[in-house]
Design a binder for this molecule. Structure first.
Ligand code: PLP
Length: 424
């Protein structure tokens, strides 16, 4: 599918006058339409809830949009819990799917009334120590091990993943929890990441639903919710078709009717914890070409770098790039698009065929709405960018200002040594 920016060159230049590049921009109309579809896809399930994975895009203004659709927050740290609380997402609207969790974080999650999703059987004891007794409602994260093959080469490797309990541990965990007075049970599994296929959720659902039936038969624990977690992906490359969430919802419904309903489990709520799918395509990193360089390769230097978007440097991930205003020009130049970090992997694209780029051109880096800004850091003294929300009527709002040197020095605020350099 041809990748088309959600904002025009004129609009981006207008925004850049007020908020200099680089910045992340988000498309409110796109977020809303997708949230609507998500809700509709699982409307057959009475208890359905999407818990947005806060780590993907921890901006309260964006999460508040999702909140309007009845979605909650999936958190994995204290500050993510605090962010959720700050925008009024509390109680059972929070799923706390953490791992390697400090006791204090269990305590804080419990104070907010969050549903705690235990990553390991040994954490039952940790949780008991932390809270005095187990909460009435508790979930377990399952990791069946091995390789989870979805279809034609799309697979992931749960056997190598640090998350979740083995099958035996899972059954044992429910036994122990029941004995200790837990009344409401859930199960969670995240077995493949960024799956661009409609097969993943239905396959995962079958595995989890069949396991849930066994748990009922063998342990006498009837689950009240099953959490399909994250992993429904987005097509970063133009050759892939996006997932059809309505089709995915229908297929999960079929498996539900086939496996759970006959087992007397037709009231189990389905939860999801999507991050990438909810936000990824509705964000872009906008950056300007500021330098060129002709050595052993052709380089274009931009004013963003890996601190604004780490995925290419970290995973070699592909992000499509549109040179604004040159959408229809032939891609007859081959460039490395680089940032300014003193790291050779600070490249948004390598050997990418693009239209000829002039200094001053705006580059639109697609699909940065999830795991984009949020993975930012401050290496080389680089500062994180602003985030802008583009509204459906074409107006725009600043939803996070860019960092300033003052922010960079903020953790030295109990010292004086730097204060003179901030004066100008
Ligand atoms: C990261 C994460 C998610 C979201 O994953 P996406 O690939 O963004 O959908 C959901 N649940 C847990 C526990 C996670 O760690």
């Amino acid at each position: 599918m041809k990748k088309i920016p959600f904002a025009s060159k004129e609009k981006l230049e207008e925004i850049a006058k007020q908020y200099p590049t680089p910045f992340h921009i988000y498309d409110e109309a796109g977020i809303r339409k997708n949230a609507e579809n998500m809700k509709q896809a699982f409307s057959w399930n009475k208890g359905f809830k999407e818990y947005f994975a806060v780590k993907a895009t921890p901006n309260p203004f964006l999460i508040e949009i999702l909140k309007e659709y009845g979605f909650g927050c999936d958190c994995s740290s204290k500050t993510e819990l605090m962010l959720s609380k700050a925008i009024g997402v509390t109680g059972q609207n929070i799923m706390f799917s953490s791992n390697d969790t400090p006791k204090e974080e269990f305590q804080y999650a419990n104070e907010l009334g969050a549903t705690i999703n235990l990553d390991d059987i040994t954490h039952i004891e940790v949780l008991e120590e932390a809270l005095g007794k187990l909460p009435k409602r508790l979930s377990c994260r399952y990791n069946p091990g091995g390789v989870f093959e979805v279809c034609n080469g799309i697979m992931d490797n749960p056997g190598d993943a640090k998350y979740g309990m083995t099958t035996d541990q899972l059954f044992e965990a429910y036994r122990i929890m029941k004995e200790k007075g837990v009344e409401e049970f859930g199960m969670h599994a995240f077995l493949a990441s960024n799956t661009v296929t409609n097969e993943y959720y239905p396959m995962l659902a079958r595995l989890l639903f069949e396991t849930a039936v066994k748990i009922k038969e063998e342990v006498g624990v009837k689950l009240s919710f099953i959490n399909l977690s994250g992993g429904v992906g987005i097509p970063y490359t133009p050759d892939k078709e996006p997932n059809d969430i309505l089709e995915i919802g229908r297929r999960v419904h079929e498996v539900y009717d086939e496996v759970l309903v006959p087992a007397g489990m037709g009231d189990v709520a389905i939860y999801t914890e999507l991050g990438r799918f909810m936000m990824g395509p509705y964000g872009a990193l906008v950056t300007r070409a500021i330098n060129e360089k002709h050595t052993h390769k052709e380089y274009v230097g931009v004013d963003a770098c890996a601190v604004n978007l780490m995925r290419p440097a970290m995973y070699g991930a592909y992000h499509h790039i549109t040179v604004m205003g040159k959408e229809n020009a032939p891609c007859d130049h081959v460039y490395d698009i680089t940032g300014s970090l003193c790291e050779n992997n600070d490249k948004f694209a390598i050997d990418r065929a693009l239209p000829e780029i002039q200094k001053g051109d705006l580059l639109y880096i697609h699909d940065t709405g999830a795991h984009g800004f949020s993975m930012g850091y401050n290496y080389n003294g680089k500062l994180k960018s602003a985030e802008i929300l583009l509204h459906p009527d074409g107006t725009f709002s600043l939803i996070r200002r860019a960092e300033t040197p003052k922010d960079y020095f903020a953790t030295f605020d109990c010292f004086d040594f730097y204060k003179n350099v901030l004066e100008d």
